[in-house]
Ligand binder design. Structure first.
Ligand code: BTN
Length: 265
């Protein structure tokens, strides 16, 4: 596995020596967090074939069976404050669209904030987690990505079968997981180069990839559900929503989850 991924990486990829490939782990984000706390450098990454405790946003589980997907986390230590990388999750979303396009030949959409989708089904998701020092100073960011590659519909548990898909279900042929892993690592490297200087361009691309904009949506906050229209993405990646009474709000991903009015997307 390790040799195959290393062979797919371009000679210029700078973080080969900080790449760990595991056949099984509880969560690549958990493992990388431990390394980050022990001082691991910028660009350290973990790829796993199987996660026993894959985590999604909002405390959800991310199904991570062996031989089916790519589960990958990368540690970044950008020289800035946390508020300067509010757009990191959007940047990672576009980077993953690039990687899927390179490895599987089609460009997925993004359901705000960061689900990779194809025709109303989820192909994967991104979990970004920030770490702070004991003094409260921003220390690191971990970008964790899970992409379904090889499942057929029957491989998904019944509760997500109608809303999940894999890359090979889209392409109708086998997708090389390790080629995808290498493409993800390279896309994250590219993303990192422009993260602080290229915010405007990143959000321009994100608006193009995001399928939520222009949709009637339901905003779910705990027990409360509100309906609105997704108008745009603001300069920090928040979703600008117009409500039936005409007032507008910028909602951030930590506050709410979004559903299409007539289904998942
Ligand atoms: C979501 O769908 O809400 C986000 C899913 C993120 C899953 C990835 S898989 C690699 C990394 N390790 C985890 O435990 N989660 C992320």
């Amino acid at each position: 596995m390790e040799e195959i991924i290393q062979n797919y990486l371009s000679p210029a990829y700078p973080w080969r020596g900080s790449l760990t490939i595991l056949s099984q782990v509880d969560s690549t984000n958990n493992r990388l967090k431990a390394l980050a706390k022990a001082g691991a450098p910028h660009g350290t990454a973990i790829v796993a074939d199987h996660q026993t405790g894959g985590r999604g946003r909002r405390g959800r589980t991310f199904q991570s069976p062996a031989n089916m997907g790519v589960y990958l986390s990368m540690l970044l230590r950008p020289p800035c404050e946390a508020q300067d990388i509010m757009h990191l999750t959007c940047a990672a979303g576009c980077a993953m669209c690039d990687a899927v396009e390179k490895a599987a030949g089609f460009r997925p959409g993004i359901k705000w904030t960061n689900d990779l989708v194809w025709e109303k089904r989820k192909l994967g998701g991104i979990l970004t987690e920030l770490g702070f020092t004991a003094e409260g100073k921003f220390d690191y960011a971990i970008v964790g990505i899970g992409i379904n590659c090889c499942q057929s519909a029957q491989d998904f548990p019944p509760e997500i079968r109608d809303v999940a898909a894999s890359l090979s279900m889209v392409t109708g042929s086998a997708v090389d997981r390790w080629k995808l892993a290498a493409a993800e690592l390279e896309s994250l490297w590219e993303m990192d180069k422009n993260l602080l200087r290229g915010k405007k361009e990143i959000l321009f691309q994100y608006r193009k990839d995001c399928v939520t904009v222009g949709q009637h949506i339901s905003l779910v906050r705990g027990e409360e559900v509100r309906h609105g229209f997704a108008c745009d993405i603001d300069n920090d990646g928040a979703l600008i929503v117009r409500f039936p009474d005409g007032h507008m709000e910028a909602v951030s991903s930590g506050e709410v989850s979004v559903r299409g009015m007539y289904g998942y997307v």
